[in-house]
Design a protein around this ligand. Sequence first.
Ligand SMILES: [Zn+2]
Length: 324
Amino acid sequence: MCQGKRVNEECNMNSSKFVKFESRDDVIRLADKFYLIQGPNQSRFPFCNGFLLTGQNTVLIDAGLGEAKISEIDKLMRIDILIISHSHPDHILAWHVLKDRHILLPKETPEAVKDLKLLGRRFTSTAERAEYWVRRIGDGLGIQPLQDPDGRFCDGELLEVGDAKLEAIHAPGHLNDHYCFIEQRSGILLTTDIDFGSFGPWYGNPECDIELFEQSVKKVMKIPHRQACSSHSPPIKENTTEKFESWLAVFRLHRKKILELCEFPRTIEQIVAESPFYRDRFQDKVMQNMFEGQMVQKNLAMLVRDGLLEVSHGKYQNNNRATS
Ligand SMILES: [Zn+2]
């Protein structure tokens, strides 16, 4: 409660800032003291949605709103804690704006986040590609190496931040340190990069794992929730199970596409050149090739293992068994 003239003035100022925040075009109120802030460019890479929790302290989940937007929000709301859902560039993008605040990282986030060269190596498969990643994404997007966090969270941990009870859910496969969250009071499920986008699941780094990713999606969708909010799309309030199911179906569609491309014997390079997933829509072709190469390779390995593809002299061919 505010008492006294000066405190009253402060209260008024705070409430007018709050009104200003809530009336922003890019702010969606999800529940009491819980907001989604849309990133620039419709929250597409290299940006993502931010989630803001208010109460005893103010918490921002992910730093993909970009420097300008995080600074604006910070001026209005004074962010105390930054939680990073996973260490992809679009989620750590402008963390440095909040470098003097309390920063929480997943337990699984490796030390590589403190060195862009190592991060480039982690996200690509060769030293040459790592260098390219640093030039175009690391330095190119102005990402600063992360500092040691003030804390780390692990699977099942209940974070009492803002006035919320935020449970961390480890959801690996997309990345080893990928996390989703359920806010237990409101039933808001933050699905982060289980993003319901038309591209479908993204698993273009060496450490990504298709089957682990599928298992994570199945685990997350079973958590009772009222809304599902991802990092790259608007919140979903109804029929969330259908959205999860149709997004899961894209994993199968990816496998089907590869099988179709292997109707005749093809090398991995030939398959990647067909751009089955990106459909040549990524501006930077070198980068597209790196990520798509990983995605193709992972599907090929699964299909060979499952006896659906045969490999001979470096060429893959569909052996025409029934597929599901
Ligand atoms: Zn990601």
